[in-house]
Every structure is written in structure tokens, then in C-alpha cells.
Unconditional design. Structure first.
Length: 205
């Protein structure tokens, strides 16, 4: 009789553990970060759709927002550019917890870099952070949208806490003022492992 009781209790314990694991997995999935794609009104729909679809292949929890105008304080009239840091501050204020926003534009953007007051860049993202921005302005016309995606995913990587990577084919490679995106093919294994721990999905590692 005791043996039967032990078996019954063992079954109950296994069932309870199984339910607990499923509940924890559901909570983790519910808490996963949502990537908000915020296009600015200058960006064409083809570029927006391409970049969004490529991001979804890696991180499916993505929502596209309605296109908006740049914040007025971000415009740098002297160079006809938009200050990337000012745009990020604007997006950051609009981004709630469990969300990260990436702004997409075809306009020229810039930041202060060292002694250079207004340095043109392809993208900017703080590590970690809730917002970042990618620009199509400085990319090659031949395959601009593919490069655009690589800039976007690079900046999103920074928001998750990733540093620049020494691997030349990794999306997190430091641009160092140049456009190396055609040499980049994927996140390296180390960067992928980091992002997997942030609930990112990859077909292979």
C-alpha cells in the first residue's frame, strides 16, 4: 500500500514540476522585449518593409508604428542634418518598459565625436538602451536596403547590451567611420549566445 502511495506522490510531484516549468516559460515569453520599428515620414515603404522582415527573421516580436515627423529640436540647420542623440532622447521618452524602439530614416544623421562637433553617422544606439536610430543616407545605392538592415540590427544589438565585436563578419563590427556592411554576414557565435539569453531567436548558432 505504501508503495502505491509513493508512486502516486511521485506522479503528483512530476506533474507539479511540469506545470511550474510551463508557467515560468509563459511568464518569460510574456516579458520578452517587443521591438518597435518607428519609421520617419521620409522613408519609403519598400525600405521599411525589407528591414522589418529581416529583423523578424531573427527576432519575431516586432511591431511597426505609424510614420512620424522628426522632433524639431533634432534638426541641425547648419549641415542640414538631424542629431541622432536628440532623436534617441525623443524616442526614449516614448518607449515604455519591455519595449525597444528603432527609428528608421533616409535623412542624414550626426553626433558629436571627440573634437568633431557634427560627425555624420549611419546609426546610433546606446548600450544598453530603449531606443536607437539607423539611417539609409550614407549607404551604397546598389544594395542599400540590405546594408540598412545590417545597420539597424547593429544598433538594436547595442540596446541589448552588446559591445562592438572584433569579428569582421559579425553585425556588431565597429564601423570606424567606414561602411563595412557588405563584409558582415551574421552575428558571431558569441554575440548570438548573448542575444539568445535576451530571448532572441536564431535558426542556428
Amino acid at each position: 500500500m505504501k508503495s502505491n502511495n509513493y508512486c502516486f506522490l511521485f506522479i503528483i510531484l512530476i506533474f507539479a514540476l511540469s506545470c511550474s516549468e510551463k508557467k515560468q516559460a509563459a511568464v518569460k515569453e510574456k516579458q520578452a522585449t517587443t521591438v518597435l520599428v518607428q519609421p520617419f515620414k521620409d522613408l519609403n515603404s519598400e525600405s521599411l518593409n525589407f528591414v522589418t522582415s529581416e529583423i523578424k527573421k531573427i527576432y519575431p516580436n516586432v511591431k511597426v508604428l505609424e510614420a512620424i515627423d522628426f522632433p524639431e529640436n533634432a534638426y541641425y540647420e547648419e549641415r542640414n542634418r538631424y542629431r541622432a542623440d536628440s532623436v534617441i532622447k525623443f524616442l526614449n521618452k516614448e518607449t515604455k518598459e519591455r519595449f525597444v524602439t528603432i527609428g528608421l530614416t533616409s535623412k542624414d544623421i550626426s553626433v558629436t565625436k571627440g573634437k568633431i562637433k557634427d560627425f555624420g553617422v549611419m546609426g546610433l544606439g546606446y548600450r544598453p538602451g530603449k531606443a536607437c536610430i539607423a539611417s539609409k543616407f550614407r549607404l551604397n545605392k546598389k544594395n542599400a536596403d540590405e546594408q540598412f538592415f545590417k545597420i539597424a540590427i547593429h544598433e538594436l544589438g547595442h540596446t541589448q547590451g552588446l559591445k562592438h565585436c572584433p569579428e569582421k563578419t559579425c553585425f556588431m563590427r565597429d564601423a570606424e567611420g567606414k561602411n563595412h556592411t557588405d563584409e558582415e554576414t551574421d552575428f558571431c557565435k558569441k554575440c548570438k549566445t548573448f542575444l539568445i539569453n535576451k530571448n532572441w531567436k536564431f535558426k542556428s548558432i
